[in-house]
Design a protein around this ligand. Structure first.
Ligand code: FAD
Length: 434
């Protein structure tokens, strides 16, 4: 079987891979030195588009429109770009074995890839209901969303089940974005999740009340405090009903499940140090194996601002960690020092006409400010998280670019705020004056 050898190999062809390739090109890479190996069939793209504009009934985003790095306002890297730079894109190729001591990867087809430096950028995979043996969960038209192939299958089903019924299982950001996308496509949407409110890992009850109210106004039915325990299908094997734990049964032509992800680290088990379910790295994304780096969703890295290890599954970190790793690799080669990664957590989501951003850490006390009436023509509201008398996190719905920058600055600088009532009253003005 064929063997190929590269100076640098990026394993995975997602967001982090694309931004790493751009940084390699910036820092200088010789033709033939760098390869990206991906099980997807397309060049790296901005994954968040899959749950947003990709699903629009009109004017939907399609490749090549959203290849990296357009999501951060950068140059769009088309497959030709990689060719011009002499970067090999090895697509539709799944790596099934990694032998880190031997600097070797092996594909499902049996090809061997050798490297001097490996960047692991395998991202996450979805948690499936079949993983827990949920009865009937393998029925047709039950979808998960991670890769472009998943999105294409969902788009086909949306077309085939016009004006049908959709059930969204899960109340995280995938659930919320998919609920909106299916509603915009004129499906009759119900959402089911066990928690008392949506996005409980980030949203306070006050924040969530706005989104649940807004979704209800759009005609989306929200069923909380219960879970899907089984699915019934017709003689074609297509899903027809969702059984809930509380005994209710929902009709469904399409089910979308968004119940979380898991970092793809299994290939490296026992070969590299792990922490918090991810691959442990230093502030330069170097792992316990000096020739191996890990970036994006799979990396557990020191978050300098909070002086603790974290794993972050967001696109902004995927981009920045990839750039940091490449700077560090090239810095070592050139004998130049590179600053430690100093990341401010940033997460965003968009659905319907809504758009929110969050910066910092969601720990401590919270205050809610602004107009959070879901009926308002232009709602704008937010929250601050306050720990040890300092504002450490900030959330804003409906903010302008400047206002979003202002809340980012607050989360970074952590100004004092002793009086929570005063902070509530001041609201966004507190951030804008910092
Ligand atoms: P990925 O982009 O997932 O890339 C991993 C790549 O590795 C994939 O190409 C995969 O096929 C490949 N791969 C994995 N294993 C192998 C193997 N064994 N062999 C070969 N190739 C392999 N974040 C936000 O902050 N805001 C959002 O609005 C947002 N929306 C999202 C919407 C969706 C639908 C999804 C799925 C994620 C969203 N995210 C969002 C999260 C964000 O996209 C991820 O954090 C980011 O893509 C992580 O980048 P990554 O490069 O680490 O992994």
């Amino acid at each position: 079987m064929a063997e190929k050898s590269f100076k640098y190999v990026i394993l995975g062809g997602g967001v982090a891979a694309g931004y790493a390739a751009r940084e390699f090109a910036k820092q200088g890479v010789q033709p033939g030195e760098l390869a990206i190996i991906s099980k997807e069939a397309v060049a790296p793209y901005e994954r968040p588009a899959l749950s947003k504009a990709y699903l629009f009934p009109e004017g939907a985003a399609r490749l090549p429109g959203f290849h990296v790095c357009v999501g951060s306002g950068g140059e769009r890297l088309l497959p030709e770009w990689y060719k011009e730079k002499g970067i090999e894109l090895i697509l539709s190729t799944e790596i099934v074995k990694a032998d880190l001591p031997a600097n070797t990867l092996v594909s499902a087809a049996g090809e061997t890839f050798k490297y001097q430096i490996l960047i692991i950028a395998t991202g996450s995979t979805v948690i499936k209901l079949t993983d827990f043996g949920v009865q009937g969960a393998d029925a047709k038209n039950i979808f998960y969303l991670r890769e472009i192939d998943d999105a294409d299958k969902l788009v086909e089903a949306i077309k085939a089940k016009k004006n049908g019924k959709a059930v969204i299982v899960g109340g995280g950001y995938i659930g919320l974005e998919l609920g909106a996308a299916l509603k915009i496509n004129n499906l009759d949407v119900s959402m089911v999740y066990p928690e008392p409110w949506c996005m409980p890992r980030l949203f306070t009850s006050g924040i969530a009340a706005f989104y649940e109210g807004y979704y209800a106004n759009k005609g989306i039915k929200i069923i909380k405090g219960t879970v899907a325990v089984g699915f019934n299908s017709d003689s074609n094997g297509e899903v027809k009903e969702v059984q809930l734990k509380d005994g209710r049964v929902l009709e469904a032509d399409i089910v979308v499940v968004g119940v979380g992800g898991r970092p793809l680290t299994a290939l490296f088990k026992g070969q590299v140090e792990e922490e918090m379910g991810g691959i442990k790295t230093d502030a330069f994304f170097k792992t316990s194996v000096p020739t191996v780096y890990a970036v994006g969703d799979v990396a557990t890295f020191p978050l300098k601002l909070y002086n603790e290890l974290r794993r972050v599954e967001h696109v902004d970190h995927a981009r920045k960690s990839a750039e940091q790793a490449v700077k560090a690799i090239k810095g070592l080669e050139k004998g130049q020092s590179v600053d430690e990664y100093d990341y401010l957590p940033y997460f965003y989501s968009r659905s319907f006409d809504l758009a929110w951003q969050f910066y910092g850490d969601n720990v401590g006390d919270t205050v809610l400010f602004g107009d959070n009436n879901p009926q308002s023509p232009k709602p704008k509201f937010g929250s601050y998280w306050i720990k040890d008398g300092k504002v450490v996190g900030a959330f804003l719905e409906g903010g302008s670019a400047e206002e979003n920058q202002a809340i980012a600055k607050v989360a970074k600088l952590q100004p004092k705020a002793e009086n929570l009532d005063a902070l509530t009253k001041e609201g966004l003005a507190f951030a804008c004056k910092i």
